[in-house]
Structure formats: C-alpha cells, structure tokens
Design a protein around this ligand. Structure first.
Ligand SMILES: [Zn+2]
Length: 213
C-alpha cells in the first residue's frame, strides 16, 4: 500500500457518518478587491474545503464575477477592508441568511490576528454554514460557536474546529430543500427564516472575535 492510498483511507474514514448521503457540490465565488498581502487565500480555501469535505460537501472555488446558474445559487464571499470600527464591533464577518447567497468578511480584522489564513477559513466555513442552514443558529462548541474564545483560536491552529451533529443535520436539511434565495423580489411572502427579528437584508450574523493576542 502506498502512502497516498493510506492517506486516502484516513480521509474516507472521516466521511463514514455521511457515507450514505449525496455528495453536494457548491460553487463559491471569492471576490477580493483588497489585494491583501497578509492572508493566503489558497491556504484558506483548501482548509475550508477540507472542513466541508469531512461531511460530504464539496466546495468549488472560483474567482471573479459570479455567473448565475438557473439550477443553483452560488455562494459569493466578498472581502472588505477599512471596516469602520463601529460597524459590528468585534465581528469578523456576516451572512445574510434571508437572501441566501452573500457573505461579507471583514478582512482587515482577520489579518491582524495570528494565523490569519486559518481564521479566514473558519470564518468562511461558519458563514457558508449559515447560508446552507438558512438560519442564524449557533452551537455551544466548534466552528458554529457564536463567539470564539482565545482557546478556540488557539485550537483551530492545531486542527480545524468541527461541526456538531446538529450542525451537520441542519446543513443537510437545508441542502435537501435546495438552496434558493428566500426573499422574493417584491418583499412579500417571506419564508420564516426572514422573520427572525431582523430587518430583511440586514446583517443577521456577527462574530465577536474575543481576545486573540
Ligand atoms: Zn454565526
């Protein structure tokens, strides 16, 4: 047995829990207008892909302007810098779950942290999960915690934060329903997730980074 095949076996072992479920593929467009030099996007994308691959979801990364496909809604991640200090203080990014496709990442806040590419991967995974689940729910542990502590940031540098079983069930429930924008153009007949106490279209999601140094 070659070392390559052994590695493959290890990877497959991680997918056993969802071996009977379909392999979902998601197109993810990363829009970067910042020319950031502190974050390694390739590293962040690879890690985010690994974190989703464990649960049977494949991310297909693309750059540039998203091309609309009638059969699916791509996920669009926009990196922004020069974030005003008073805008969602402590937050590293947010997803507009009602709309279903768009994520904003406050890159300037991430690039100041240790292992910024690693943190970026976790922020993207967290926000993509919100879009897949279609809700703003958080878990007590793992990548879907509402607020990562210094211990979480330290832990994610050793190995990726994991999904809880409920996180995974909700991701698959959302994927089975097919991802589509949940907010009609005329603003009528919103689905329940849009009525969760937030103004439609407003950021529903925030991450308080906590101490990182
Ligand atoms: Zn969140």
């Amino acid at each position: 047995m070659t070392s390559t095949s052994m590695v493959l076996m290890v990877c497959l072992a991680g997918t056993v829990a969802h071996a009977g479920q379909a392999q979902y593929k998601l197109a993810v467009y990363l829009l970067d207008r910042t020319n950031d030099r502190y974050v390694n996007y390739a590293l962040a994308e690879t890690l985010a892909s690994r974190m989703f691959a464990v649960i049977g979801v494949s991310l297909e990364w693309a750059k540039g302007k998203a091309v609309a496909k009638p059969s699916q809604s791509p996920i669009i991640i926009e990196m922004v810098t020069r974030t005003p200090p008073k805008l969602m203080p402590g937050s590293l990014g947010y997803a507009v779950t009602c709309e279903g496709s768009h994520i904003t990442v406050f890159l300037d806040r991430i690039e100041e942290m240790r292992a910024p590419s690693n943190v970026l991967a976790h922020v993207m995974v967290h926000e993509i999960t919100h879009l897949l689940q279609g809700i703003g729910r958080h878990s007590a542990t793992g990548v879907m915690k509402e607020m990562w502590t210094a211990g979480d940031f330290g832990g994610m540098r050793l190995r990726p934060l994991s999904f809880t079983s409920v996180d995974i069930d909700l991701i698959y429930a959302g994927l089975r329903q097919s991802r589509r924008p949940k907010l009609p153009a005329n603003g009528e007949n919103e689905d329940p997730p849009c009525l969760r106490g937030v103004t439609a279209g407003a950021p529903e999601e925030a991450h308080l980074a906590g101490p990182v140094r």
